[in-house]
Ligand binder design. Structure first.
Ligand code: ATP
Ligand code: MG
Length: 449
């Protein structure tokens, strides 16, 4: 097997004919087949590539299907009325079908073969690719892909698989092997370390020793990656159904520390291990929710991952005489501000996140109208779920958690009696109406906390 890029000349791929592999058109969406066939009929090369070929070889349903061709983006655009050119790091065509689209990329040339002077392809001082937009042929395209398992091409012309670097065998063996020299490839794009973790977690693959060796050493390069890109990668790691495994592997490789430095510090210092327990429990729940087709949100994920440092900082502020509510709010702001330097968290997620964390002390109070009001808070459900987690991690009295669970199953009259509030309505939708009729002063934070 050869997974190194050759120094000279062309390499012919291993062409695995249809009868010798299990990738069937039945596993490829109608729309993707349409795109592939239309390209082929127009005289272009057309391949399905990347994760889709890998997943189909493994008998898994691919998440999405990537198409690659020798047609230039403008030519793809001419061929498909329903297409748009997009230019993120690279220029690509999106062929739209209703709300879905198929991504069609043009073969790109490999990094090392481009002259340094070429303005379309440049490395920064650390060897990181900062621009990469040079078209090429399939046998150039293959070497810039990350893992051998991701560098397989399914040819729509005869349904064969083109394998330049032993990817089929690696898929069969469950091995992630970077193409080329691992250290160079990680330096070019440090996100590849996170991708290694993601695929290992998702597929249960192990890293080839040479691919694994540099990760610990180079983990800190992640901090050169734009925080917005890291936000996307973090979601892929934690919101794809294998969050618990991703967390373990990130920790194992010293990558969690780079992504969430403060959280990692609390994890390494804590005696009782309740923050770790909270994370593990939450990530297991996330994986179960995704398996059950239930929605998940970054608001909750980041609340979980940042709770340790926020709680710690809030406790310090509390000791200085601040109210619980104010302490949690301020601590939330400060920890989030520090975190943004590494993984950016969009406002629409961190505002509700801080709010649901600052609500935590209010669960201590099961008396009267305040308890009823908490039930009607728009963020009640998220805050309650978070409180349950804290109870599971040993941070909250299980009996208190039970009380809040039970109160929700009761009718409004019973809820009023249980809390001794005398309020005979639930605080939810009803409260909004009452409020409009008789505006009330907002509860002061320190009282409410
Ligand atoms: P998934 O199942 O998560 O979609 P995937 O392998 O398809 O996995 P994508 O992020 O969709 O991953 O990328 C598609 C393909 O593009 C990859 O299989 C790989 O060949 C190539 N690729 C993507 N990101 C990189 C990268 N950072 N470096 C090198 N090649 C990459
Ligand atoms: Mg993909």
């Amino acid at each position: 097997m050869q997974s190194e890029q050759p120094d000279t000349g062309r390499v012919n791929p291993d062409v695995i004919p249809r009868p010798e592999h299990n990738v069937s058109r039945a596993g490829i969406s109608r729309e993707s087949l349409k795109v592939l066939y239309r390209l082929k009929e127009a005289g272009y090369q057309a391949f399905m590539v990347g994760g889709a070929v890998r997943d189909l070889l493994l008998g898994r349903e691919p998440k999405d299907i990537d198409v690659v061709t020798d047609a230039r983006p403008e030519q793809v655009k001419q061929l498909f009325r329903n297409s748009r050119l997009i230019g993120r790091r690279f220029r690509l065509a999106h062929v739209h079908f209703g709300r879905e689209y198929i991504e069609v990329a043009t073969f790109r040339a490999n990094a090392d073969e481009i002259e340094d002077a070429d303005p379309d392809h440049q490395l920064d001082h650390g060897g990181r690719i900062i621009r990469d937009n040079v078209y090429g042929t399939i046998d150039e395209d293959v070497w810039r892909r990350d893992f051998t398992a991701n560098a397989l091409y399914y040819n729509i012309a005869d349904f064969s698989i083109w394998d330049y670097c032993g990817g089929v065998q690696d898929v069969r063996d469950g091995i992630l092997r970077l193409i080329g020299d691992p250290e160079t490839r990680y330096r070019e794009d440090p996100v590849r370390m996170l991708r290694a973790v993601r695929f290992a977690a998702k597929l249960g693959f192990r890293l080839d020793p040479a691919t694994e060796e540099p990760v610990h050493r180079l983990a800190s390069l992640i901090d050169q990656v734009p925080p917005a890109r890291l936000f996307e990668e973090v979601l892929k790691l934690f919101h794809s159904g294998h969050a618990a495994a991703s967390f373990d592997l990130l920790q194992h490789f010293g990558l969690f520390k780079v992504l969430f430095p403060e959280s990692d510090r609390v994890l390494s210092e804590e005696q009782a291990g309740d923050f770790r327990m909270l994370i593990q429990q939450a990530l297991n729940n996330t994986d179960t929710r995704i398996a059950d087709g239930l929605p998940v949100t970054p608001t909750f994920l980041f609340a979980v991952l940042l709770w340790g440092p926020i709680r710690e900082l809030a406790e310090a502020k509390l000791a200085n005489g601040m109210s619980e509510f104010a302490a949690l709010n301020e601590a939330g702001d400060e920890v989030i501000a520090g975190q943004q330097a590494c993984v950016s968290i969009p406002r629409r997620f961190f505002i509700p996140m801080r709010e649901m964390l600052a609500m935590q002390p209010r669960f201590q109070n099961r008396q009267g109208k305040r308890a009823m009001r908490l039930l009607g808070h728009p963020r009640f459900r998220a805050a309650y779920d978070f409180m349950l987690l804290r109870a599971q991690a040993g941070e909250v009295d299980p009996e208190l958690a039970q009380w809040w669970t039970e109160i929700q199953t009761k009718n409004p009259e019973q809820q009023g009696k249980e809390s001794g509030s005398g309020e005979d309505r639930p605080a939810g939708a009803t409260r909004t109406r009452r409020r409009r009729r008789r505006p009330r002063k907002a509860a002061t934070p320190s009282n409410d906390a």
